[in-house]
Design a binder for this molecule. Structure first.
Ligand SMILES: *Cc1c(COP(=O)(O)O)cnc(C)c1O
Length: 392
């Protein structure tokens, strides 16, 4: 099928919930994607931070194939090696105590919220269940995670929402304290707000929030759906902030492209959820878990140092472009936000795309770069050169 036919089918039969880029991707190799017309693009999107091992990764594809030929799915009513093996790789590396697997970021956050509420109910009774989240945050599209999301543009049309969330300004302890009450059980935050525009929180603020949580016996919930699994140059971003969450959620990058998410708890909430309290039919699917093991085996200390290095190169080179459009470069590792002025970010994204570089927009005025973590120096260089030419 050519692009026109694919687009016609999509418009005829698919709910038009996405503002799609005007091309159809056919296949990829490494960090390079090819559209249906055969044009090549350097990919600085990785499927929104998902394809950490790039495209057509042999070890990843073989692990999925081998697992599919052995056992493609089994319910969570049985033990199976891939789930246990992936958990054994993740939990110690994160310094946590236990894992639960689901299928997406929103679902991971739902599980994290449920665990926090149950922990609080067990210890303080049912009236202590409010969770404080931050303005400009993004926690997912289910009704509850939308409620947790601190961006009104996602709320309109979907009322009513469940109770039990309150929003505070990021990097502002006074704002947090002003919404704190006896009913609070947890604070939930992204260390770098991804969809909100790649806005890193101040390290001091994060440590103060962690201290406040410890003082008041609130749980610290960190949403690492986007920042986690090597994206920022460490397995989890909190490892660079010097704080340890009580629960951390993850999803996007964990299985390199198969749907997967979950959360890890520390000792405090290790036994909060008991048999029957939570579950997922597909969660921890053997093929996705096998893929997750390949991702985890790839994230060696050397590999993660390479992610930090490539990220520094990317930020340094972009910051040096003499451009009327660039208003600052933010981020950590290979999660980079380029602030845009004097033009719409969507227009510049389209121009970069025409020049052979795929990027995504985030927030009102940011171009977000999330290349596959395995991107080669040559691919990175080509992507940077396209930015230099297009944004001058
Ligand atoms: C993408 C994202 C989510 C939602 O993940 P889905 O898999 O789309 O449900 C939640 N939190 C953060 C920080 C995200 O970046």
């Amino acid at each position: 099928m050519d692009f026109a036919e694919i687009k016609a089918l999509d418009h005829r039969y698919v709910l038009q919930t996405y503002g799609r880029n005007d091309l159809a991707i056919d296949h990829g190799k490494g960090a390079t994607l090819y559209d249906t017309e055969g044009k090549a693009y350097i990919d600085f999107t990785a499927g929104i931070g998902v394809c950490s091992l790039g495209y057509a990764n042999e070890a990843w594809a073989r692990a999925i194939y081998d697992q599919a030929m052995k056992l493609g799915h089994i319910s969570n009513l049985f033990y199976a090696q891939p789930y246990a093996l992936l958990a054994s790789k993740l939990v110690p590396a994160a310094g946590m105590a236990g894992a639960f697997f689901s299928n997406s970021g929103a679902e991971a956050n739902e599980g994290m919220i449920k665990t926090a509420r149950k922990w609080s109910h067990d210890h303080y009774g049912p009236d202590r269940s409010t969770i404080i989240t931050l303005n400009r945050s993004f926690h997912g599209r289910t009704v509850t995670t939308l409620r947790a999301t601190g961006q009104d543009k996602y709320h309109k049309n979907f009322y009513p929402f469940p109770d039990g969330f309150r929003h505070a300004e990021a990097n502002d302890m006074d704002s947090l304290l002003s919404v704190a009450g006896d009913d609070v059980c947890a604070v939930m935050l992204e260390l770098i707000q991804g969809e909100g525009g790649v806005n890193p929180l101040n390290a001091d603020y994060v440590r103060q929030v962690a201290d406040l949580c410890a003082q008041r016996d609130w749980l610290l919930l960190i949403d690492e759906v986007q920042t986690g699994i090597g994206r920022t140059g460490t397995l989890f971003c909190y490892q660079q902030f010097g704080v340890t969450p009580d629960i951390v959620s993850f999803a996007k990058g964990i299985a390199g492209g198969l749907p997967f998410g979950g959360f890890l708890t520390g000792e405090k909430c290790r036994d909060t959820l008991r048999a029957g309290d939570h579950g997922s039919t597909f969660g921890g699917n053997p093929m996705a878990s096998a893929a997750g093991c390949v991702v985890m085996d790839t994230l060696t200390p050397d590999f993660l140092a390479g992610v930090r290095e490539k990220g520094e190169t990317l930020r340094r080179r972009i910051a040096a472009i003499p451009s009327p459009y660039i208003a600052g470069v933010r981020g950590m590792g290979l999660m980079v936000g380029v602030g845009i002025q004097n033009a719409a970010h969507t227009e510049l994204r389209d121009r970069l795309m025409a020049a052979g570089l795929l990027t995504t927009c985030a927030g009102p005025d940011t171009i977000r770069l999330l290349p596959p973590l395995v991107i080669t120096d040559e691919e990175l260089e080509r992507g940077i050169q396209i930015m230099e030419k297009t944004l001058q």
